[in-house]
Design a protein around this ligand. Structure first.
Ligand code: AMP
Ligand code: MG
Length: 439
């Protein structure tokens, strides 16, 4: 079995005592193997799921050439009549009507047109539409007709081609795509009501700490309510994984072992919070070395320095029984969120079968000076605003302590201060990662 330590050392800049964020991301990515099982689900149940196979278009969309305007359809060859320098006026008799869903069935006589509404199939022999606002209608006589200038029209104008949106036999959507609202409509436009998606990733999570109390329990001296499990629940729900809440586990090796084995048996991934910082981690470490393959890292990032990563097995020793990918997140509530978004999220998406996209960053002017040490990546909680000229400005929320969760609630973005960056002066431009769509 290739162990984490062997694999990790192959990553440039591997240093378990100050591992750069991108190096940690690279190691994690190598271990994030997608689930392979697929299931067929009704269209609506596919929302936010990952496509297991390409969706091939069984038809042309639209199925027929049709009009893009309310107007009059005619044979565009008529536009080719010799043109002088002065504009050419065409006069065409109106042979009938076509509405969306009600095609004109007959054949169109020479020098005639058909009244068409947007979405109506193009009558046979017609390939061009003159918009109704460009014609003069003469329906006083028994033989209604239109007159219009040919000058502004090119053959094929205002006509949508069959298959212009999606062509028969082509992939309309690729495997690995997370199905969003537009995709539901797109799949429906193909007449497909059921599609193959990957099974949901199963993620078990629990909090560790003797001081933690659950909602409803009295708070004794020195105790705090467990918030991490609820934050994790929210973040996992957003990724549409099956979240398995294993509760609060005491700082006790036997209880921890039971919880980890339970997670390895029932889940693809296990997330814990707390108990991975130096000193306290010792029994966790010896425990995980017995039935896991886990590295304890000190990440060069703030918040979120301590992180354990690897695999745990349900069997008596590594390689035996079922296994789950393991992330031992720090205990501090803000650090849990930052490490989740920066390290865990991409792994969960990749394991779900999706191709993780880099999270969008925008450039903003820092309103304040920010103290920052080069040699680690910092994620400050910020409030970004856009001024009347479209320029973004950002200010850190008050406390940046990793225990102050209200700073996450108040913020609308992370201010991302890269590994090599030092102190920021007021007026400097910084990268900002908006929470919209992320949190
Ligand atoms: P630890 O990493 O276990 O040393 O925890 C660091 C800090 O985070 C301590 O102040 C803990 O009380 C706090 N903490 C750990 N787990 C949780 C949790 N689930 N909810 C709220 N605070 C926590
Ligand atoms: Mg603890």
């Amino acid at each position: 079995m290739t162990t984490l330590n062997v694999l990790s050392r192959c990553v440039a800049e591997y240093d378990p005592h100050a591992l750069p964020v991108h190096a940690a991301q690279a190691i994690v990515r190598q271990w994030a193997t997608p689930v392979t099982t697929a299931e067929r689900v009704p269209l609506h149940d596919a929302l936010d799921r990952v496509l297991a196979e390409d969706v091939m278009s069984p038809i042309d969309v639209p199925a027929h050439d049709n009009s893009a305007m309310d107007g009059y359809a005619f044979d565009g060859a008529l536009l080719d009549t010799p043109r002088g320098s002065e504009s050419v006026t065409l006069e065409l008799a109106i042979a009938g009507k076509a509405y969306a869903g009600h095609p004109f069935e007959g054949s169109v006589p020479a020098r005639s047109c058909v009244r068409v509404m947007t979405g109506a199939s193009m009558p046979a022999g017609c390939d061009t539409v003159v918009p109704q606002e460009h014609v003069t209608l003469d329906d006083a006589s028994g033989r209604p007709s239109i007159r219009f200038s040919a000058q502004p029209l090119a053959r094929g104008a205002n006509r949508r081609r069959a298959g212009e949106d999606l062509a028969h036999g082509h992939a309309a959507l690729r495997a690995g795509r997370i199905v969003r609202a537009a995709d539901l409509g797109l799949i429906a436009s193909l007449g497909i009501g059921e599609i193959a998606v990957r099974r949901r990733l199963r993620v078990a999570f629990f909090s560790t700490g003797d001081e933690l109390r659950s909602i409803g329990e009295p708070l004794g001296p020195g105790c705090v309510y467990d918030s991490n499990r609820h934050t994790l629940f929210g973040m996992l729900r957003r990724l549409n994984v099956d979240a398995l809440d294993l509760g609060v586990v005491r700082d006790d090796p036997a209880a921890l072992e039971t919880a980890l084995r339970d997670a390895a048996t029932n889940a693809d991934v296990v997330l814990t919070s707390g108990g991975v910082s130096v000193g306290e981690a010792d029994f966790t470490k010896s425990l995980l070395q017995r039935f896991g393959d886990v590295a304890f890292w000190s990440l060069a990032m703030r918040p979120g320095r301590p992180l354990a990563f690897g695999r745990v097995w349900s069997g008596a020793q590594p390689g035996h029984g079922k296994h789950a990918l393991f992330f031992g997140l720090p205990g501090n509530p803000v650090a849990v969120m930052v490490t989740f978004y920066q390290i865990v999220r991409d792994a969960l998406l990749a394991m779900s079968g999706a191709a993780p996209q880099p999270l969008p960053l925008i450039r903003a002017i820092s309103i304040n000076a920010i103290a920052k040490r080069a040699g680690r990546t910092e994620f400050q909680r910020g409030i970004a605003t856009r001024d009347a000229h479209g320029q973004w400005h950002v200010t850190p929320t008050g406390s940046q302590s990793s225990g102050v969760l209200s700073s996450m609630s108040e913020a609308n973005c992370f201010i991302v201060l890269g590994h090599d960056i030092g102190n920021i002066d007021a007026g400097d431009t910084v990268d900002v990662m908006p929470f919209a769509g992320l949190i």
